[in-house]
Design a protein around this ligand. Structure first.
Ligand code: ADP
Length: 157
């Protein structure tokens, strides 16, 4: 049976940390849906469409990866897509505590789901979207933290 995973996140914006998780997960799954959800916090920088465009730039031509938008409960989205795996990245103990609760609650709600965690590469441990957003907002150069194929320069803030 096809192994289908959903990698949910706000990806505001998608970073080298996210890219690395997806690239390394490709050997584990036949299909990975990168599911862009609305940022629950109010300080969103990029629109959903912009975030999707950026991620498509990174994985263009890769039929294993599909970028989609989702709303509502992640497990309901997984059921809709026929996905039995949720992919998440772990950087720190704080990530672990947060992710543990979500994964256990998801499992309690839907037994057919397994959350698969990949540990971040050491060099990506400090990379997070909210710091990258701050750099961009203040006119700094965030290119070190963004995938090489991603082009955010056309979008003025
Ligand atoms: P969310 O708002 O759902 O946490 P994010 O876009 O911040 O969405 O992150 C999506 C997933 O990517 C999460 O599992 C997060 O832990 C993981 N992630 C974010 N940054 C990194 C990184 N630098 N290295 C590895 N995983 C990361």
């Amino acid at each position: 049976m096809e192994k289908i995973a959903v990698f949910p996140g706000s990806f505001d914006p998608f970073t080298v940390g996210h890219e690395s998780i997806v690239n390394r997960a490709q050997v584990l799954f036949d299909k990975i849906y990168i599911a862009v959800g609305s940022n629950s916090k109010k300080d969103a920088l990029f629109s959903l469409e912009e975030r999707k465009t950026f991620i498509n730039q990174v994985f263009e031509g890769n039929s294993k990866i599909e970028v989609v938008h989702f709303e509502g409960l992640t497990i309901e989205f997984c059921k809709k897509m026929g996905a039995e795996y949720l992919l998440r990245g772990l950087r720190t103990a704080a990530d672990f505590e947060y992710e543990r609760a979500i994964a256990q609650v998801n499992k309690a709600m839907y037994e057919g789901i397994e959350t698969v965690f990949l540990l971040t590469m050491p060099e990506h441990t400090p990379v997070n979207s909210s710091i990258v957003r701050d750099i961009i907002r203040h006119g700094g150069d965030a290119s070190k933290f963004l995938p090489k194929k991603m082009n955010i320069t056309k979008i003025k803030k």
